[in-house]
Design a protein around this ligand. Structure first.
Ligand code: ADP
Length: 777
């Protein structure tokens, strides 16, 4: 056996590697290892330590143990409770197992010692040493794996191998890697592996550090804020001030006290405030509670304006603010007088019905003014969901109260005049029925405790004076209609429009534009020009807009030309508003064959409705085109049958229904509401076209027919007459049965228009066509 070969007891190490020059202790528990230790102690206190490939192997065989290990001297042995022994060893040299020596009690191995070869000190090894040192220095800084003075002792280390092994003892890397270093017997190779390991560890440690810093920053920021807040709190306490939360709660508390809420409502508000205290103002729950509290506090719970019903004064105000519409004013006065007598605002709800722009809203405002009530308006157009009226439950995110509560907040009193606009435009709800919710609102028996889903509180609407408006009664749900007192406002004649413009609209628009009366003057002709050529409506809404447009243009010109005042003439109107818009409304100036002016009644007022008939050779086809509904088609067919039966009377070829094609066309205009009233118009046009007799251009007509030629009554006579009058008609043929309605037609129209009453179709045709029929009529 050479000097380099030793036989030593072997202790397999689990999970640790011991390098030469390293002092370390570890615990030994396995019986074989303890026996090996005892053997070593009785010999030279030397033992061979080599790592197990797998730390979990309980009784390792030779193949389970790495062959390269470290020869160590045992420095100290400490018996621990149980059978464990703690050993302190110092690494001496590398060694390699040559062979396992037979032994029953413990493992014994023949070792070949390995010497480090340190002779060569070339530039490569110097450079390498420096690099390793540098990296090791960074590694220590990042990992804290060794005290800083380790570096100083390394500086003095001349021996390359020892230098490498010392560093190894500080590395925290996997066992396999350490074993690889241990097996690298050449110091240069060892240093290369160490450098590689150090650099990769440094990379990993840097990333770890970065992540660690970020996490730390976050935690620190949170802690800092918390700390600062606490500091503010303490300082505020010192200064006798409150923090934001408490300030806000105090604010609510004083608002609740000042608001003079009804008892139950106050209790609810206080309860919600206590919830706010618990939730904290900055939480999302806190936001919801705050919103709710604001709503409670913004409603006018105990505020009422002093009602003031003075019939005389009311009439004065209505007269002052509105031109004409005497019957409407009378009805309103009657309605209010009854209310005054019964000393209650309960009873039917006023419903103002009429085309747009006839003054429904402004009349309602005047009533509010006269009664000293606040005014609030809510449009029902397009409301199709019960939640629009009653709101959403608070459990919904972003829930708000319904429009009734919303408007009551706007109203700023519990007894306003509440205008429900366009009640006929309310949609059919698929999510609950808005009409039945509205019914509850309007019902004086129920509305003292109106419940909004959001508010969850009874709200008293019984002092509210509701007024509704509609263009059309047909689409109002019957139960609602039953509760209303209808007052109709029909359209205005040109004269009335002129007076409204002259006495009200011009002044109103001048005020809107901050001008004094007199700075811009409209000549009478200029107003008539706007009415006749630039508007085509029953009301005066467009007229008002056009006047505003003229005023704006005029102001621009005054500013540009540095003028102080202006007079609006017809020429200026034309200049400002461009070429006439509605010339086609005017009737033809000459008599024509097959063209008859009918009259229609739409939700937007009356209109003229021309009907044209063309006859051509053919096979008896009847075609109908243009603005017509089913009812009008039936009218056309009835008219056709009547003409066939009475062809001879009107000198019409009796075979026309076989040899001629007939085309009935209704060119333009709004879709009429009362289709059937075009019966007489169609017959007249057919007779004219088939008999080649001209129709008087100045005649308009309305009426339905039976197959036997009787003329039946129609609706909307006033609207229709106004429209025909506006269009320049001076003779209107109406059903005899409508004679009773003539009293409703303004004098300005009846004075200028000749109304002819027709019982039978002959009466219509004889008055409408030029020339005579075969009976000499
Ligand atoms: P509606 O509610 O019927 O659609 P508005 O009340 O909005 O109509 O009326 C449109 C404009 O016409 C308002 O400026 C209103 O003051 C004015 N107006 C309507 N009728 C009259 C009238 N008879 N006298 C004075 N101004 C009127």
């Amino acid at each position: 056996m050479s000097d380099d070969v030793k036989v030593l007891p072997l202790i397999p190490l689990r999970g640790i590697i011991i390098f030469p020059y390293m002092v370390m202790h570890f615990d030994v528990g396995r019986e074989k290892s303890i026996l090996a230790l005892e053997d070593a102690m009785v010999n030279k206190q030397e033992v061979f330590l080599a790592a197990q490939r797998n730390a979990k192997t309980e009784s390792p065989e030779a193949s389970d143990i790495y062959s390269t290990g470290t020869i160590c001297t045992i420095k100290q042995i400490l018996k621990l409770p149980g059978d464990t022994v703690r050993v302190l060893v110092e690494g001496e040299k590398r060694g390699k197992i040559n062979a396992y020596v037979e032994n029953e009690h413990f493992m014994k191995v023949e070792i070949e010692e390995i010497e480090d070869n340190n002779s060569i000190k070339d530039n490569e090894s110097i450079a390498l040493t420096r690099m390793v040192k540098e990296s090791f220095s960074s590694y220590i800084k990042l990992s804290g794996a060794a005290p800083n003075d380790t570096l100083i002792s390394l500086d003095e280390e001349e021996d390359l191998g020892r230098f490498a092994d010392t560093i190894c003892s500080y590395l925290v890397v996997k066992q396999e890697k350490k074993q690889e270093i241990l097996e690298a017997t050449e110091p240069i190779k060892r240093l290369n592996i160490i450098l590689e390991v150090l650099n990769s560890e440094i990379d990993i440690l840097e990333v770890e550090k970065e992540i660690g810093n970020k996490v730390k920053d976050k935690i620190e920021k949170g802690q800092k804020e918390y700390y600062l807040r606490e500091q503010i709190k303490v300082m505020q306490e010192e200064l006798g001030e409150d923090d934001e939360d408490i300030k806000e709660q105090k604010k609510y508390k004083s608002r609740i006290t000042k608001a003079k809420l009804p008892k139950g409502i106050k209790a609810k508000a206080i309860y919600e405030l206590s919830r706010l205290k618990n939730a904290g103002s900055f939480s999302s729950e806190g936001g919801v509670i705050r919103n709710y509290l604001d709503w409670i506090l913004d409603l006018p719970w105990n505020i009422k304006t002093e009602d003031h019903i003075d019939i005389k004064e009311t009439r004065n105000i209505l007269n002052k603010e509105h031109y004409g519409i005497k019957e409407v004013k009378d009805r309103i006065i009657e309605y209010l007088a009854v209310k005054q007598m019964s000393n209650s605002i309960k009873g039917p709800i006023l419903c103002l019905v009429g085309p747009p722009g006839v003054g429904k809203t402004s009349i309602a405002k005047s009533i509010a003014h006269a009664l000293n009530k606040n005014f609030v308006r809510m449009s029902l157009g397009g409301v199709s969901d019960e939640a629009d009226i009653r709101g959403h439950r608070r459990t919904y995110v972003g829930a708000i109260p319904g429009r009734i509560i919303y408007s009551m907040k706007e109203a700023k009193s519990m007894n306003p005049l509440f205008l429900l606009d366009e009640i006929d435009k309310m949609g059919d709800g698929y999510k609950g029925d808005p009409a039945s919710a509205l019914l509850e609102v309007l019902d004086s028996e129920q509305n003292y405790s109106f419940r909004d889903h959001f508010m969850e509180l009874d709200f008293d609407l019984s002092d509210v004076m509701f007024v509704t408006t509609a263009n059309n009664l047909d689409t109002i749900p019957i139960p609602l209609l039953d509760r209303m007192e209808i007052i109709e406002l029909s359209g205005y004649t040109s004269e009335e429009k002129f007076n409204i413009a002259k006495n009200h609209l011009v002044q109103k628009e001048l005020e809107e534009h901050s001008l004094d009366n007199g700075e811009i003057i409209f000549t009478d002709n200029s107003l008539s020009c706007i009415i006749d050529n630039y508007t085509r409506e029953s009301g005066v809404r467009n007229l008002e807009r056009k006047i505003a447009a003229v005023i704006r243009k005029s102001i621009a010109e005054m500013v540009e030309k540095d003028k102080k005042s202006a007079t609006i003439t017809t020429a200026l109107v034309k200049k400002y508003l461009g070429s006439d818009m509605y010339t086609y409304d005017k009737i033809d100036k000459e008599d024509k064959i097959g063209v008859v002016t009918g009259m229609a009644w739409t939700g937007y007022g009356g209109d003229t409705l021309p009907v044209e008939v063309a006859v051509m050779p053919g096979t008896g086809k009847l075609s109908i085109t243009g603005q017509i509904g089913d009812v009008m088609k039936e009218s056309a067919e009835a008219g056709f049958s009547y003409v066939r039966t009475n062809a001879k009377r009107y000198s019409i070829d009796e075979k026309f229904y076989k040899e001629k094609d007939i085309h009935i066309h209704v060119p333009e205009g709004a879709v009429p509401k009362d289709g059937p009233s075009a019966g007489v118009t169609i017959i007249t046009a057919l007779v004219s076209a088939l008999s080649n007799r001209k129709v008087k251009h100045n005649v308009a007509m309305t009426g339905e027919i039976t197959l036997t030629g009787r003329v039946l009554p129609i609706g909307g006579l006033k609207e229709k007459s106004l429209a025909a009058h506006r269009a320049g008609i001076d003779t209107i043929i109406i059903p005899k049965e409508n004679e009773k309605d003539l009293k409703n037609i303004p004098k300005t129209v009846t004075n200028k228009v000749n109304f002819i009453l027709a019982e039978k179709v002959e009466d219509v045709i004889n008055n409408a066509l030029v020339g005579e029929d075969n009976n000499g009529n």
